[in-house]
Design a binder for this molecule. Sequence first.
Ligand code: SF4
Length: 295
Amino acid sequence: MAKRRQPNLFEPSEAPAPAEAVTREGVAVRELRCKSLLNCSGGDDYSFNCYTGCGHGCVYCYARFMQRFHPHEEPWGRFVDVKINAPEVLTRQLRRLAPGSVFTCSACDGWQPVERRYKLTRRCCQMLLEAGFRLRILTKSELVLRDLDVFAGRDVCLGVTITTPDEAQARLWEPKASSVSARVRILRQAKAARLKTTVMFGPLLPAISDTPGALDRLFALAAEADVDQIWTDAMNPRPRVWPSVQQFLRRHRPDLVEPYRRILFNAADRARYQKELRGRIRRAAAGAGLLDRLP
Ligand code: SF4
């Protein structure tokens, strides 16, 4: 099948062609050609995504807004476009870009299931590191451990996202991501490989993983893995997130629909919530002896 060109991150794309394959997990996979891979990024100098879409299908995923620019008939989590020419495009971009810090990845998980077959994130990480760039990785996939050989001895900070310490909740909210225990294993093995490590606790799920008990368990995991830096994030009303979260809550926790709505959309309730949450986070971090690891 002829490969089509895919515009950059936020440029609208044409209607997608029929999927070329559907994975065992029911994800429609299409191979495309991109024009550009490395984008300028807010927090870091650059970011890149070898895939549009993410087979992890997290309920709260902030990258859902991508579907506005790249419409697909499948819902978020059920399609992945593979930028098969990513290494070739990156080679061209590396000729003219100054080395800097690269957030890996900003709008998908670079180590989502299709990466096992395509190895595009691995190849691009290798090229970036060889060109003197630094990597700041955030993933929920144990597949990243495959690439420790690429990261060894380089300027890489390997981070994982954990939203809840409860495996059953994680399976519901992040159906195709690695288990919580596997994510802690990533941190331990990265540390053993002498990489800097970080954990993102977020988005913390109101009344589920933002309680004092759940926060204590999260910080105990961070202490067990001896992470270098801990980031936290409250749930945010990003575009397209609420319809997905609301639908999920109606099914699994109808009692939480209204509390979530108030926290997300009522300015006074949101400000009060965020202040209380900051206090709870600091108390949990202090209890685990990790206050100095918060920003
Ligand atoms: S792993 Fe990240 S990008 Fe992928 S669905 Fe989950 S939140 Fe979205």
